[in-house]
Design a protein around this ligand. Structure first.
Ligand code: BES
Ligand code: MN
Ligand code: ZN
Length: 487
C-alpha cells in the first residue's frame, strides 16, 4: 500500500474518512454545499464521540463516498483505532483508494503516522496460498492518503519509525500464518537470512555446531523431527562501537505436536503458530534495521519442530543443557522452555547483553489468566519491568506483570535431576518462567513475555488484527529500544 501525507484538500476519488468535531469547516462543505448540511442534520450528526454518518459527495462526475466520524470533545481520541475500524469495514469492498482526513482536528504528527500504520495493519491479507480461483476478486487497497495539518512532520514520523514497525509486524504475521510445510526450521532460517539486505548480520548454527556447544535441551526437542534444528543469530550494530548490546530471544517451534506427550487432535493446527516469539524478534530486528536504529541489538531465535517419532525424546529422559544443568523431561510438550534455556544461556554467556527480553508462545495457562488481551510479563529486574510496561503503554502491545518467587521455583524440583521441565497444574505460566530464570543467572536484567494468548488469535476483535498471526511484540520491542537504548 502506497502511503502519503498531504495538506488539507478534499479527496477527488476513492473513499474518505473524515474525523470531525462538527461538519462546519470540513473539506467537503464546499463540494456538498447545503445538501451535505441537510444530510448531516437528517443523520443527527453533530460531531460527538461515537456519532457517524455516511454520504456521497460529487467531485465532478465522480462520487466520493465520505464517512464522517465524530471526534467529540473528550481529552483523548484514538485516531489509530478509529482509522483501523473504518479500513476493516471497507475490506473486500473493492475500494482501492483510501483517504483519511485528520485536518482541523487535534491529531499530532505522531497520530497521523499511527493512523497510516493502523490502516496498513487493518489492510493486511494472507492469501498467497490461495489459487486465483478462490482469491478475492476485489483488488486490495492500493493507496492511502492521510490528509493532515502537519504532513511533513507526519511523513517524517512514518518514514523514520512507524513505516518500519509496519514492515516488521507484517513480516512477523506472515511467518506465523505460513503453514508448517512451508516454514520449517531451515526454510525459516533462509527467510531470516534475506534480512541481510537491510544491513543485518545473520549467522545460522546447524545441528552439528549446536551439538559441539552442548545444546542438548534445544536439540532434544528437534530430535524426533526429520527437519534439522537451527539457531539463528541476528545482529544490528547501529550504536556505538563496542557498546554492550540489548538482546531479544524468541521461541521458534515451527510446529508443536507435543512430541511423545502428544497433544489432542482438535485445533492442533493452531500450533503452526508456535513460533510467535521468534516472529516478534525477527520482525523487531527488521524494524530496527529498516529505520537504522542507533543501538546495538542482538536477536536470537531457536527454530525446531516438535514431533513424536521412534527417535523422539521420551518422558523421563534426563538431558544436560548447555549450561551444565540437568533436566528431567517429564512432558515433551513443555518444549518451548527447553529451546529457550539453551538459546538464553548461549546468548547471555557469549554476548554479555546489558538486558535480555525473551518472547514465547509458552503456556496455555497464560490464556486462562489473561485471555488474548495482555501478554504475561515476568522479570528479575523492577526497572526493566517498568521500561517494558511503559513501552507497552505507548506501543499498544499490552503486558501485565506476574510474580516470580522461590516457592514457585521449588515446584521444579526433580527426584533425579537438577530440575524437571513441568511444575504441575498450579501457576503453569509462572513455573515456566521460573524454569527460564534458572538459565539467565543473577547478573543480567531479564524479562520474559508469554505471548501464547496474544501472538496468535483466531477472530481477534482488534480491527488491526485481521489474521491469526498478530505480530504482537514487534511494536513493543521496537519502542523499548527507541526509548531506552538510543541516544
Ligand atoms: N506451545 C504450547 C503453548 C500454547 C498452548 C500456545 C496453546 C498457544 C496455545 C506449549 O509448548 C505447551 O504445550 N505448553 C504446555 C505446557 C505443559 C505441558 C506444562 C501447556 O500449556 O499445556
Ligand atoms: Mn508444547
Ligand atoms: Zn509449544
Amino acid at each position: 500500500m502506497k502511503v502519503s501525507f498531504v495538506k488539507s484538500a478534499p479527496a477527488k476519488s476513492g473513499s474518505a474518512l473524515v474525523i470531525a468535531n462538527a461538519l462546519k469547516g470540513n473539506p467537503y462543505s464546499k463540494m456538498g454545499g447545503k445538501s451535505l448540511t441537510a444530510a448531516a442534520s437528517a443523520a443527527g450528526f453533530k460531531g460527538g464521540q461515537g456519532q457517524s454518518f455516511s454520504t456521497y459527495v460529487m467531485s465532478g462526475e465522480k462520487a466520493v463516498r465520505v464517512f464522517f466520524k465524530g471526534r467529540g470533545k473528550e481529552d483523548r481520541f484514538d485516531y489509530e483505532i478509529c482509522a483501523a475500524k473504518w479500513v476493516k469495514s471497507l475490506r473486500g469492498s473493492g475500494e482501492t483508494t483510501l483517504n483519511i482526513h485528520l485536518d482541523g482536528t487535534d491529531a499530532t504528527a505522531d497520530d497521523a503516522a499511527r493512523v497510516a500504520l493502523g490502516a496498513r495493519l487493518a489492510s493486511y491479507v494472507y492469501d498467497k496460498r490461495r489459487s486465483a480461483a478462490t482469491k478475492s476478486k476485489k483488488p486490495p487497497f492500493k493507496t492511502l492518503r492521510v490528509i493532515c495539518d502537519n504532513p511533513s512532520a507526519a511523513k517524517k514520523s512514518y518514514d523514520n519509525f512507524y513505516g518500519a514497525v509496519g514492515d516488521g509486524t507484517l513480516l512477523a504475521r506472515d511467518v506465523v500464518n505460513e503453514p508448517p510445510n512451508v516454514i520449517y526450521p531451515k526454510a525459516y532460517a533462509a527467510r531470516i537470512k534475506k534480512l541481510t539486505e537491510l544491513g543485518l548480520k545473520v549467522e545460522i548454527l546447524g545441528e552439528a555446531k549446536m551439538k559441539k556447544l552442548g545444546m542438548n535441551a534445544l536439540l532434544g526437542v528437534g530430535q524426533g523431527s526429520v527437519r534439522e534444528s537451527q539457531l539463528v543469530v541476528m545482529r544490528w550494530d547501529g550504536g556505538k562501537k563496542g557498546a554492550k548490546p540489548a538482546m531479544f530471544v524468541g521461541k521458534g517451534v515451527t510446529f508443536d505436536t507435543g512430541g511423545i506427550s502428544l497433544k489432542p487432535g482438535a485445533n492442533m493446527w493452531d500450533m503452526k503458530g508456535d513460533m510467535g516469539g521468534s516472529a516478534a524478534v525477527v520482525g523487531a530486528m527488521c524494524a530496527l534495521a529498516t529505520r537504522k536504529a542507533k543501538a546495538n541489538v542482538i536477536g536470537i531465535v531457536g527454530l525446531v519442530e516438535n514431533m513424536p517419532d521412534g527417535n523422539a525424546m521420551l518422558p523421563g529422559d534426563i538431558i544436560t543443557s548447555m549450561s551444565g544443568q540437568t533436566i528431567e523431561v517429564q512432558n515433551t510438550d513443555a518444549e518451548g522452555r527447553l529451546v529457550l534455556s539453551d538459546a538464553l544461556h548461549y546468548g547471555i554467556t557469549k554476548y554479555k547483553p546489558k538486558a535480555v527480553i525473551d518472547l514465547a508462545t509458552l503456556t496455555g495457562a497464560i490464556i486462562i489468566s489473561l485471555g488474548h488481551e495482555y501478554a504475561g510479563l515476568f522479570s528479575n529486574d523492577d526497572s526493566l519491568a517498568a521500561e517494558i510496561m511503559a513501552a507497552s503503554e505507548t506501543s499498544t502491545d499490552k503486558t501485565w506483570r506476574l510474580p516470580l518467587g522461590k516457592a514457585y521455583d521449588d515446584l521444579l524440583k526433580s527426584q533425579y535431576a537438577d530440575m524437571k521441565n513441568i511444575g504441575g497444574r498450579a501457576a503453569g505460566s509462572i513455573t515456566a518462567a521460573q524454569f527460564l530464570q534458572r538459565f539467565v543467572g543473577k547478573d543480567t536484567p531479564w524479562a520474559h513475555l508469554d505471548i501464547a494468548g496474544t501472538g496468535m488469535v483466531n477472530g481477534s476483535k482488534d480491527p488491526r488484527n485481521p489474521t491469526f498471526g498478530t505480530g504482537f511484540g514487534v511494536r513493543l520491542l521496537n519502542r523499548w529500544i527507541a526509548d531506552n537504548h538510543e541516544a
